[in-house]
Design a protein around this ligand. Structure first.
Ligand code: ATP
Ligand code: MG
Length: 346
């Protein structure tokens, strides 16, 4: 076992039993995690990036000892998530972006103080830490506000603070900036970066939908879809993979009905991925091409189809492109309603 690993999973699997229509013998299973292998070093700020239902929260819950794996092994600081539950819980904390924890009648300060005492901090240390943390996320002036009177975003910042009060070795952040406005999200990201800088031996595992957030924050990240890891590397290296390809953004005149137009573009030899969005009155194409000269074939096809080119732009690859290349669809398109059949085992 590598002692520098803060988090390690070996062939981690999780199956949920689905209670479907009430017919006997109809219990379906959903494979939420399918053989996930992760190695996260101490000191890393590591991201899990993936669409709705990818399995991100399931990974985090298993590592935070809130959920048992169905198969495989998970370790936090070398401790086994199924056997060393109490010891792991002493060393970690977890914050979920969407959570609504806290007791409405308590003030922000009282609520955090209560958690600090749960974690075993003495009164003086607790107060000092609470003040300092509230200051960095910019809600020090809300110390005496009742939690029930906080807006969603302010409450989320308070929960976020809670995750750092115990001075944990490993912090799990599940969508920490979900629903926050631009400034609040920036505060939260700034805080995570600063905390990692001040505590270089700690580890953060975060999940996010936001490509830019993953790109900005993470030392390394894993792209996950339908319970499987598709890639794991630094944001730079992930983008570098696409550097050989050419990425173009085209605006063209109307292209006609959807199924045939999508198939038509993807059938052009050398087009690796195409995402097509109808804007008001025109069509926007995002194309990943094997080489630059494939573009002339695409343009020829468009002309044949009676469509005209409005604008053309070559872009540097972003994480979004990496994602599209690996997953075959965009992250910003809602994928939460994909057919259960694609997940279901047996
Ligand atoms: N308690 C549960 N019972 C049954 N299925 C579940 C349960 N929790 C999660 N799932 C399913 O497991 C899969 C993975 O869910 P998970 O919450 O880990 O995804 P996620 O990547 O966190 O998604 P999101 O981005 O929406 O938060 C999904 O298909 C989800 O519907
Ligand atoms: Mg989730």
């Amino acid at each position: 076992m590598d002692t520098n690993l803060a988090i390690e999973t070996n062939d981690l699997g999780r199956v949920y039993r689905l209670r479907g229509p009430k017919r006997k013998g109809d219990a379906k299973q959903l494979v939420a995690l399918d053989g996930v292998n992760l190695e996260i070093r101490r000191g890393e700020l590591f991201g899990l990036l993936g669409p709705n239902g990818a399995g991100k929260t399931t990974v985090i819950k298993i590592l935070a000892t809130l959920l048992l794996p169905s198969s495989g092994v998970g370790r936090v600081e070398g401790l086994d998530v199924t056997r060393d539950v109490q010891e792991i819980r002493r060393r970690i904390s977890m914050v979920s972006g969407g959570e609504t924890s806290g007791y409405g009648l308590l003030t922000v300060e009282e609520n955090l103080w209560m958690f600090a005492r749960f974690y075993g901090l003495d009164n003086v240390t607790a107060r000092k830490r609470i003040d300092a943390l509230l200051e960095v996320v910019g809600i020090a002036d809300r110390k005496r506000t009742k939690i029930s009177d906080l807006s969603t975003g302010l409450r989320q910042k308070m929960n976020f603070v809670r995750g750092f009060i115990s001075d944990p070795n490993v912090v799990f952040l599940d969508e920490p900036t979900l629903g926050l406005d631009v400034t609040a999200a920036r505060d939260v990201r700034g805080f995570v970066k600063q905390w990692m800088h001040d505590h270089p031996d700690r580890t953060v595992l975060l999940t996010t939908h936001y490509m830019a957030e993953a790109d900005e924050l993470c030392d390394r990240l894993a792209i996950i879809d339908r319970g499987k890891l598709l890639a794991c590397d630094t944001p730079e290296n992930l983008k570098h993979r696409l550097q050989r390809e050419a990425i173009f953004n085209l605006k063209v005149g109307p292209l006609g009905p959807k199924p045939s137009r999508d198939a038509m573009i993807e059938a052009v030899p050398g087009v690796r991925q195409a995402t097509i969005v109808e804007q008001n009155g025109h069509t926007e194409l995002n194309l990943i091409l094997a080489q630059e000269d494939v573009l002339s074939n695409v343009l020829a096809h468009l002309t044949r189809r009676g469509s005209s080119l409005i604008s053309l732009e070559k872009r540097e690859p972003t994480l979004e492109d990496v994602f599209v290349d690996l997953v075959g669809r965009r992250l910003d398109v809602d994928t939460s309603h994909h057919a259960e059949g694609e997940h279901a085992a047996g």
